[in-house]
Design a protein around this ligand. Structure first.
Ligand code: SIN
Length: 314
């Protein structure tokens, strides 16, 4: 028997609407993970345990939920009888949670995040198929680390990005492409995921804080100015933490408007760490130097790099 533990965190996969035809006006994060599993018939040789870790719309993801999720993932992965884990999650910040777990836990056993674009109450929900596929990937034995299953495709944590607002196949893996596909319940693997390399003390540090170091994301664009960066630098009031880092989503090859670059240099002179990426959906900046400032590259995406920089500053 292979044991897989399923952790529920909410999302559209656990969403409920008033009518079966309503795919928009639903509430995410309502249906318990136990009910999501109850509708599935597991293949012979697979048993699933479940636990509700959170019940949220993932746009509202917090550090507190990540800390609890990380604790439960670490706890279950340490059990020798557990072959792998599945996490049901909203699509909106799924790539950030995947990146968080990849960065802080770097598991070798499979941790498979899955989701849905239609609520559980829809006429034809996509969640049951995705959950079924995710369970099979978690028990497959050929893949390890943090991965994502959606619409029959398997993505690596470092590559996965939400690329579409409503399509069922809402995720892409950019230039790298998916790790594999799930065909009629069978995983066809194109390549292996690259395992994470967690800093051994990082997870302990993450568990010990109430907030990550403050890192903000700014965009370069036509007619950009430095005002936003300068107001971020102004001494914050109340209990707002001081700015520690900035990730700039540059144009094209990671280039930054001169007016914005000047403000970023002022920020750097005041001790703020600046990283530079691209606002392009595909590709990575390949330039360095004055065309985009001498700032380290923000990879694998500016969204994930914002989290990486906060973790690095910890
Ligand atoms: C969410 O991210 O929790 C809501 C949207 C979705 O899951 O597609």
């Amino acid at each position: 028997m292979k044991k897989v533990v399923v952790l529920g965190t909410g999302g559209t996969i656990a969403g409920r609407a008033q009518s079966v035809t309503d795919e928009i006006g639903y509430t995410a994060g309502v249906v318990p993970v136990a009910d999501l599993l109850a509708g599935l018939s597991l293949p012979a040789g697979l048993v699933a345990e479940h636990e509700q870790v959170a019940q949220t719309d993932s746009k509202d993801m917090t550090l507190a939920i990540w800390q609890r999720l990380g604790q439960r993932v670490a706890h279950h992965l340490a059990r020798p009888e557990v072959a792998g884990m599945v996490i049901t999650h909203g699509t909106d910040t799924l790539e950030e949670t995947a990146w968080f777990l990849h960065q802080v836990l770097a598991p070798t056993k499979p941790v498979v995040l899955t989701c849905a674009m239609r609520p559980a109450t829809a006429l034809m929900p996509d969640g049951p198929q995705n959950l079924n596929d995710a369970l099979r990937v978690a028990a497959d034995g050929r893949i390890g680390g943090v991965v994502v299953v959606c619409a029959g495709r398997l993505h690596a944590a470092q590559d996965v990005t939400k690329v579409h607002t409503w399509r069922l196949d809402a995720f892409g893996s950019g230039d790298a492409g998916p790790l594999g596909v799930i065909e009629a319940g069978e995983l066809r693997l194109f390549r292996q995921s690259v395992p994470g390399r967690a800093d051994p003390g990082l997870w302990a540090r993450v568990q010990g804080v109430r907030a990550l170091p403050r890192v903000e994301l700014v965009f370069s664009h036509a007619d950009a100015q430095g005002h936003l960066v300068r107001s971020l630098l102004a001494a914050p009031g109340g209990d707002i933490p001081p700015l520690r880092g900035l990730v700039v989503a540059g144009t094209g090859n990671g280039t930054v408007h001169t007016a914005l670059a000047e403000a970023l240099e002022e920020a750097q002179a005041q001790g703020v760490v600046v990283w530079r990426g691209t606002r392009c959906a595909l590709g990575r900046p390949v330039t360095s130097g004055r065309s985009g400032g001498d700032w380290p590259l923000a990879e694998p995406s500016v969204i994930k790099a914002r989290l990486s920089l906060a973790l690095a500053l910890l």
